[in-house]
Ligand binder design. Structure first.
Ligand SMILES: [Ca+2]
Ligand SMILES: [Ca+2]
Ligand SMILES: [Ca+2]
Length: 227
C-alpha cells in the first residue's frame, strides 16, 4: 500500500510536462501579443493626435499672419504686397504692418517635409525657420474681387492669366499633413487632395505606414476688406 502511494507521487509524466510547457508558451505569447497590440494602439492614438495638432497649428499660424498681409499696399503696387509661387507645392509672400516681407513655404525639415516661415525681419528676425513638421504640401488659391464689394468673385492659382493680386481679398489654403511617425497604420492610408489647383482631387497615399489628413481654410485679408 505504501509503495503504491509512492509510485503515484513520483513527479510528473512527460505528457504532463509537455502540457505545462505548452500552456506556458501560450500564456507568454498571449501576454506579448497584448503588450504589442496595446503599444501599437497607443502609437496610433499618439500619431493621430500629433497629426491633428500639427495641422491645426499650421492653419492657425498661416491665418494669423496672412490676415494682416498687405498692410501698406492698399493703393500701391509693391511686388511684395502679396505674391506667391504656384508649383508642385506653393508658397506665399506678403508685406506685414512693419513692411517686413514674410513668406510661408514647404521645404525639407528634420523629419521630412515641413511648413517653413520667414518672418522677414532682418534686424530681430530669425530668417527662414522650420515651423510645423509633417506638412507635405500647401496649395494656395487667391480670391479676386472684381466688383469692389470686398467679396471674392473667384479663386484661382497664382499666375492665372488676368489675376490682379491688388484685388485679392482672401486666400484659400489647403494643407496635406502626414504623420511624422512611421509604421502606425497597417494599411496604406489615402486621402483626396487637389495637388495641382485644377479643381479635381487626386488620391494621395501615405508612405511607410504613416497617417494622412487634409486641412483647409479660407483667410480674409483684412487690410483689403476693411479699407
Ligand atoms: Ca499650386
Ligand atoms: Ca466681389
Ligand atoms: Ca487636381
Amino acid at each position: 500500500m505504501i509503495q503504491s502511494l509512492k509510485r503515484n507521487q513520483n513527479g510528473v509524466t512527460l505528457i504532463e510536462l509537455m502540457i505545462a510547457l505548452s500552456l506556458g508558451i501560450i500564456v507568454t505569447f498571449m501576454t506579448i501579443k497584448v503588450y504589442v497590440d496595446h503599444r501599437q494602439a497607443f502609437r496610433l492614438i499618439d500619431a493621430t493626435n500629433r497629426l491633428q495638432e500639427n495641422g491645426r497649428l499650421a492653419i492657425e499660424f498661416l491665418s494669423i499672419n496672412i490676415r494682416e498681409a498687405a498692410y501698406n499696399c492698399t493703393n500701391t503696387t509693391s511686388s511684395t504686397c502679396l505674391t506667391g509661387v504656384n508649383s508642385t507645392t506653393d508658397s506665399i509672400t506678403f508685406d506685414d504692418v512693419d513692411s517686413d516681407t514674410k513668406k510661408f513655404l514647404i521645404s525639407n525639415g528634420e523629419n521630412g517635409k515641413s511648413l517653413f516661415f520667414d518672418d522677414g525681419d532682418s534686424t530681430n528676425g530669425t530668417g527662414t525657420e522650420e515651423y510645423v513638421e509633417g506638412i507635405e504640401n500647401m496649395q494656395i488659391l487667391y480670391g479676386e474681387d472684381t466688383d469692389n464689394d470686398k467679396i471674392p468673385n473667384y479663386y484661382v492659382p497664382y499666375g492665372t492669366s488676368g489675376l490682379s493680386l491688388d484685388n485679392v481679398v482672401s486666400v484659400r489654403i489647403s494643407l496635406l499633413a502626414q504623420s511624422v511617425e512611421t509604421g502606425v497604420s497597417s494599411s496604406v492610408q489615402t486621402v483626396e487632395y487637389d495637388n495641382d489647383d485644377d479643381g479635381i482631387k487626386e488620391t494621395e497615399s501615405a508612405s511607410n505606414g504613416r497617417l494622412l489628413k487634409v486641412f483647409n481654410t479660407t483667410i480674409q485679408i483684412r487690410n483689403r476688406v476693411l479699407n
